[in-house]
Design a protein around this ligand. Structure first.
Ligand code: ADP
Ligand code: 5GP
Length: 191
C-alpha cells in the first residue's frame, strides 16, 4: 500500500521531454499522482488553459503573490517571465490524499528538494546532447528562434546541476525513459 502525500520533482533543461514523461507517468493511475499546476506570468501557448497547464497571472499579480508569501518557491526562469509553486496547490493535492508530481526548472527543483527533504524525490531528466535538445525545441515549434537559443544556452548551464538531484534519467529513447522514471516513482512512493 503506497504512502500518500509524497512529492515527485521532475526537472530538466527545457525541451528535454519533462512534460511528455510527466503526462505518461500521470496516466498510470496506480501511482496516484496529481500534477502541481504552477503559476506563471508568461502568455499561454496555443492549447494551454488557465488552471490546467498553469495558473496564468499578470506580472503584477505574480509580484503580489510573492509579497503575500503564497509561493513555496518561485524563479524568474527567463528574463521577465516568472514561475512559481503555490503553497495552496501542494496543500490541495496532499490534503486530498494524493501524491504530487511537479515540473519545475532546475534551480527550483534543487530548492524544493531542500525544503521538502525526505518527503520528495528529485529527478533530473537529461537530454542525450545539447544538439538533440535544440532539435526537439525546433520540432516542438512552440518557441521563436530567439527563445530556442535562450533555452539552449541555459541548458548548458543547467546540466551542471544534475549531481544535486536524487536521481538522473537520460531521455534518449522515450519509452525507456518513461519506464525508468515510473520505476523510481513506484519505489519511492512504496517506501
Ligand atoms: P519539456 O517539457 O522538457 O520542455 P517536452 O515534453 O515538451 O519538453 O518535449 C520537447 C519535444 O521533444 C516535444 O515535441 C516532444 O514530443 C519531444 N520529445 C520528448 N521526448 C522525446 C524523445 N525521447 N525522443 C524524441 N523526441 C522527444
Ligand atoms: P515553459 O515556459 O516551457 O512552460 O516552462 C519553462 C520552465 O519553467 C520549465 O523549465 C519549467 O520546468 C519551469 N517551471 C514551471 N513551473 C515552475 C515553477 O513553479 N517553479 C520553477 N522554479 N520553475 C517552473
Amino acid at each position: 500500500m503506497a504512502n500518500k502525500g509524497k512529492i515527485i520533482i521532475i526537472s530538466a533543461p527545457s525541451g528535454t521531454g519533462k512534460s511528455t514523461i510527466i503526462n505518461r507517468i500521470i496516466a498510470d493511475t496506480s501511482l496516484d499522482l496529481q500534477f502541481s499546476i504552477s503559476a506563471t506570468s508568461r502568455e499561454p501557448r496555443k492549447g494551454e488553459a488557465h488552471g490546467v497547464n498553469y495558473y496564468f497571472f499578470t506580472e503584477d499579480d505574480f509580484r503580489k503573490a510573492v509579497a503575500d508569501g503564497r509561493f513555496v518557491e518561485w524563479e524568474e526562469v527567463y528574463p521577465g517571465r516568472f514561475y512559481g509553486t503555490l503553497r495552496s496547490e501542494i496543500d490541495r493535492i496532499t490534503s486530498a490524499g494524493h501524491n504530487v508530481i511537479m515540473d519545475v526548472d532546475v534551480k527550483g527543483g534543487v530548492n524544493i528538494k531542500r525544503i521538502m527533504g525526505a518527503d520528495a524525490l528529485s529527478v533530473f531528466v537529461q537530454p542525450p546532447s545539447v544538439e538533440t535538445l535544440r532539435q526537439r525545441l525546433v520540432a516542438r515549434a512552440t518557441d521563436t528562434p530567439e527563445q530556442i537559443e535562450q533555452r539552449v544556452a541555459k541548458a548548458e548551464y543547467e546540466m551542471a546541476f544534475a549531481p544535486q538531484f536524487d536521481r538522473t534519467v537520460v531521455n534518449d529513447d522515450l519509452h525507456t525513459a518513461v519506464e525508468d522514471v515510473r520505476k523510481l516513482v513506484k519505489d519511492f512512493i512504496s517506501e
